[in-house]
Design a protein around this ligand. Sequence first.
Ligand code: OGA
Ligand code: NI
Length: 345
Amino acid sequence: MSIPSRSVDPFHALPVVDVSALYGSDPLRIEQTVSALRRAASDVGFLYVTNHGVSAQRISDLEHVAQEFFALPARTKEEYYIGRSSNHRGYVPPGEEVFYSQTRDTKEAFDLSRELPEADYGAAGRFLGPNVWPREVPRFRQVVSAYYESVFDLGHKLLAAFAQALELPASYFDRYLQRPTSQLRLIHYEPTVVGENTTGIGAHTDYECLTLLHATSPGLQVINGAGQWVEAPPLPGAFVVNIGDLLEVWSNGVFVSTSHRVLSVPAPRYSFPLFFTVDYETEVEPLPHLSRDGKRYPPVIAGEHLLAQTMQSFRYLIDQRAQGLVSLPDGSRELSSFGRERQAR
Ligand code: OGA
Ligand code: NI
């Protein structure tokens, strides 16, 4: 079997894929699901995933603790400022991140990852180690950790299905999942006025393998092949899943890491992306069986790509670079060098 080429028609809505078959053992249903995932990943780069097995209670608990945290006074939240941690954990105030468009984001966020003991992880230590936990919200740690584990498991299941969609064994990527740097972000957007020089989150692609997102209200927009922004409002009971830069490289561009943004929101909005990725040291390069006509991408080290992109968008790291405390990995790409916008350029 060969992988069909991408549809030329621009999409106007995200495809919906029911993934219940991935929890069963019916080979025909699994194959149909894998085919639907392949089409979505190559034609759109974004999809809704339904019947995913993550409980509604986990999701609503997460919404509640996030609301409680973001409602704390600014000076309390600042105590957990991400720039104070050595492994990129904690509170991200409004304006901290600057994207390609150079507009300042109005969102605030809280970044975390899997809790690991303090240890020497080498270069990967920039993203590995213990989390920061706000004491003011007692249930925060337990609720957020439970959500992380559930959605991480779903990400793992989806990555296995995407491996099959690329004609690989389902377990192909497992070798790269010893200590992945997969981050969960809790994001809060306050209402803004359209037309003022602000965006919720500027247009970007995600830097990892897959993103799994739950949001409380509309706002997310996704670019199609004709350069039009398509609304991707939440679908009840579904996660929005998108392909990140690493799967674009591995698939030699068969899968696309599609640009997306949040311009403005009419009412407070919360969203929760989990950026599912592989170990820091993983060398990602186009798979040979997908590169018979040539490799369209140079190899990239998974963690260095994440670090390079993070260093170019977070103010605290831009400042540390200006002071000569940290430097970009060799061969770093500029922001926004992947995805459909780049392919159209
Ligand atoms: C992101 C992102 C979209 C949203 O954090 O990378 O694209 O809906 N978020 O908040
Ligand atoms: Ni994103």
